[in-house]
Design a protein around this ligand. Structure first.
Ligand SMILES: [Zn+2]
Length: 234
């Protein structure tokens, strides 16, 4: 059964593999929530330092540009902070150590809702970083962040406490069952896209493609534009 968003969380953490992931996946939802007083943070696993077709590009410079673009997009949406982990773009690997670092941020920020990629979608063209990012987000939230014997040094030595998020919303999914009405914030979503000038040109053609995508998500409902997620209740 598909659900329409019923409540806006008080806090949220959007975990993306690259700058612009959250803008494509969930920026309407984030803008709507932030406007309503939700405290939203961004966690970026990489800074997108391979996001170019120019073979002579300098990855360090690209990282700097893309972090600045991400911060600008986040400001437009009302996001409170961007945390950059600066792992190498295109090289994300699942590890217990990396999972532990994400657990630490979840225990620090204590988000009610976590947004990230659906790692189990049957999209064979999926960027491997997206798949790894989604799996890490899921596994960090459940059960690691809530179990005191998982990464216990964070509790004993760093003064953190366990945290159980209420739910995850996974984007890029082929099994959406949770829809957020973003009709009132489409302009903010578009403005957040415009911040990523190194990645794409936001022209009318792009805007119409986005309008169509989010109209299609809202087909069954009485509002115009939606973002679509796989809901995972914890
Ligand atoms: Zn990406």
């Amino acid at each position: 059964m598909s659900k329409i968003e019923l409540e806006i969380p008080k806090s949220a953490l959007a975990i993306g593999a690259h700058p612009d992931d959250s803008e494509f996946g969930c920026s309407g939802t984030i803008a709507k929530w932030a406007k309503a007083g939700c405290e939203v943070h961004y966690l970026l696993l990489t800074s997108g330092d391979k996001g170019t077709e120019d073979p002579d590009a300098d990855p360090a410079e690209l990282r700097r540009v893309r972090e600045a673009e991400q911060v600008a997009a986040a400001e437009v949406l009302g996001v409170k902070s961007c945390i950059f982990m600066r792992l190498n773009d295109g090289e994300l690997e699942y590890s217990l150590a990396l999972r532990g670092q994400i657990v630490r941020y979840i225990r620090q920020l204590k988000p009610e809702t976590i947004l990230s990629w659906d790692p189990l979608t049957r999209n064979y063209r999926m960027h491997p970083d997206h798949r790894v990012c989604g799996q890490l987000a899921l596994d960090a939230a459940f059960p690691a962040a809530m179990m005191p014997l998982s990464y216990p040094e964070q509790l004993k030595e760093e003064g953190l406490s366990v945290h159980r998020a209420k739910r995850l919303l996974l984007y890029g999914t082929d099994q959406p069952d949770y829809y957020v009405d973003i009709s009132d914030v489409m302009e903010l979503k578009f403005a957040s896209f415009q911040a990523h000038a190194s990645q794409f040109t936001f022209d009318e053609k792009f805007a119409e493609r986005m309008r169509q995508r989010h109209r299609d998500y809202a087909l069954d409902f009485d509002f115009e534009y939606a973002e679509a997620f796989k809901l995972v209740e914890l």
